[in-house]
Design a protein around this ligand. Structure first.
Ligand SMILES: Nc1ncnc2c1ncn2[C@@H]1O[C@H](COP(=O)(O)OP(=O)(O)OP(=O)(O)O)[C@@H](O)[C@H]1O
Ligand SMILES: [Mg+2]
Length: 244
């Protein structure tokens, strides 16, 4: 069996006495697709922070492809192929779309540069070919989101962590994102945090439910959506929240 991209045991992190992540075990297989759902404040972004090295755990250990990473810095996670797209946008505003992609692709180890993806292909994938020479600062918010996704692809991730990638997207863009994630799945593992349950349903993958810092359910979306406890803590909170 292919080795897991990421294995973590007993991950824990608290902020001012609140257990944001309260002892979580995670195994992510190569090219596995996962969704994490849960109410506001459940600890989803903190979990992604822990998995990407951006948040230092209070306890627990984490291995990437078998290498012990506990205590390592975020750039060391990045070099090992863990790429995180944040909640919000992070682009070089004064660079063109193409240059943003090239800079993103160059920020990896030299041996990985040899097989850096073609920026033109990635622009096509994220629907920005017509904007190759536009400065990022001139892109509307929605297109900047796509640019960021393109930048993440340029890093040739082994594990792509997406924190609410569909937030603020139109229904059409959300469908396109689902298609893109399915395409990426052939190349890397993807873990997506999402509130938009139509998006999670369309991804149709293993889904984890977080609540008060713990993963309380793991299963295929269809099973999760029928689970009484999940409905009580999350789905039952109202369509307005679920469809955010
Ligand atoms: N840097 C921080 N400093 C202090 N408290 C934090 C910090 N990051 C997270 N928290 C707290 O940890 C808990 C979990 O937050 P987290 O952002 O991980 O939740 P989330 O599931 O991503 O929520 P949302 O759906 O609103 O994005 C919350 O109580 C939050 O206030
Ligand atoms: Mg969050």
């Amino acid at each position: 069996m292919e080795r897991a991209v990421l294995e973590a045991r007993g991950l824990r992190r608290s902020f001012g006495g609140i257990d944001a992540v309260a002892g979580v075990d995670v195994t992510i297989g190569a090219r596995e697709l996962l969704c994490v759902i849960g109410p506001n404040g459940a600890g989803k972004s903190t979990l992604v922070g822990l998995l990407s090295g951006a948040v230092v755990p209070d306890a627990g250990e984490l291995h990437l492809a078998g290498t012990q990473m506990t205590g390592r810095k975020v750039h060391q996670f990045c070099r090992r192929g863990v790429v995180r797209k944040f909640q919000g946008t992070n682009t070089f505003l004064r660079l063109s779309v193409r240059d943003n992609l090239v800079v993103a692709g160059g920020g990896v180890e030299a041996h990985r540069l040899a097989d850096m993806p073609d920026p033109d292909v990635v622009m096509e994938q994220v629907g920005l070919s017509a904007h190759a020479d536009d400065l990022a600062m001139h892109l509307p918010h929605g297109q900047r989101q796509w640019l960021e996704i393109g930048m993440a692809i340029m890093c040739r991730p082994a594990l792509l962590l997406l924190d609410e990638p569909a937030a603020g997207m139109s229904a059409g863009d959300t469908q396109r994102l689902v298609r893109l994630i399915h395409q990426l799945r052939g190349h890397c593992a993807v873990l997506a945090i999402e509130h938009d349950l139509a998006f999670v349903q369309a991804l149709g993958c293993e889904t984890w439910v977080m609540h008060r810092g713990q993963i309380i359910r793991r299963g295929f979306y269809g099973e999760i959506a029928c689970d009484d406890e999940v409905r009580r803590i999350y789905l039952g909170r109202g369509a307005g929240h679920a469809a955010r």
